[in-house]
Write a protein that binds this ligand. Sequence first.
Ligand SMILES: Cc1ncc(C[n+]2csc(CCOP(=O)(O)OP(=O)(O)O)c2C)c(N)n1
Length: 361
Amino acid sequence: MKTIASYDVKYVQILDPDGNVNGPLPAFANDQDELMRLYRMMVLTRQFDTKAINLQRTGKLGTYASCLGHEAAHVGIGSAMEAEDVFAPMYREYGAQLWRGVKMSEVLQYWGGDERGNDFSGPRHDFPWCVPIATQCLHAAGAAMAFKLRREPRCAVAVIGDGGTSEGAFYEAMNLAGAQKLPVVFVVVNNKWAISVPIELQTAARTLAQKAFAAGIPGIQVDGNDVFAVREALGQALSRARRGEGASLVEAVTYRLSDHTTADDASRYRPPEEVEQAWKLEPLKRYRKFLENEGLLDESAEKAISEQCTREIESEVAVYLDTPMPTVDSMFDYMYETPPHSLVEQREYAKRYDRGESGGH
Ligand SMILES: Cc1ncc(C[n+]2csc(CCOP(=O)(O)OP(=O)(O)O)c2C)c(N)n1
């Protein structure tokens, strides 16, 4: 018997959990302003996350999916993409989206039950949040197919969770991307839990990166708490796609430090020791350490950044709270050009109970 194919899964980590450099630094690390931009966006994302949870707890937001612990993965993705690329997110990639120009007030609007938040004023061509898990991979593959047909040097990036990789849509999208050599990158943010389902129950595969090989595309695993590793791996996958060499999969290994959403209580299924251990690996601490070691960050600079982020968040929250509520019609407006009879009836029914409030959220 002979081996006719074999595959290796490579792992990339550039910054270790203590902030030490343990791999060659990527070229963008020579740009101090860029290093600080990455830090600022990670801080902004974390502070925004805390604020959004507080808004939910005080009844000002419907529900909210936290991104606590995912800052490096998300900011790494956003910073590696070009503005003209297309992002197909799931529902918690705020770090990538804020980098791309989505407004915090839009994120809040969406989670406040106002679909107008999905209509980003920034990256007009990005896809809206996608709650049916894995379908965004097909949207990204479709967009990539269009770029290829139109010979545009653009790429699509889809983000999916570990749980989402059990869905058919994920395999279908990768298969199409492999067969058609599409300019798309699938990023699996493996945060170890799909609500209460741990990764060990989700799959018998040793890595999620290896799922790429069956589709004929490269797969790589990176430390998802290391912003350098994520950005570098994404950058390489995007360059490859732009050169016409096709799709890739990047598995970013991280941990969900929060509840799945504000409607979840992770303490009911997750061992506290595991969470405690995960906090030791969290992304901001290690990046802060790196910047301090480089002489780029000290206590006063950190305080200034934090205060600036707080001001920015407060002003975005004010925009959100002052936004007049959508009309009842709005949830029916964009479904069909000619709505079916059942929806016309539902619209009339809903309007009967419209309290006509317009005072904001
Ligand atoms: C097609 C589909 N099935 C089930 C659900 C319900 N659901 C919402 S989130 C979720 C778990 C997703 O876990 P994972 O893909 O690991 O992403 P994470 O939320 O952990 O980032 C499930 C099953 C859904 N939204 N869509």
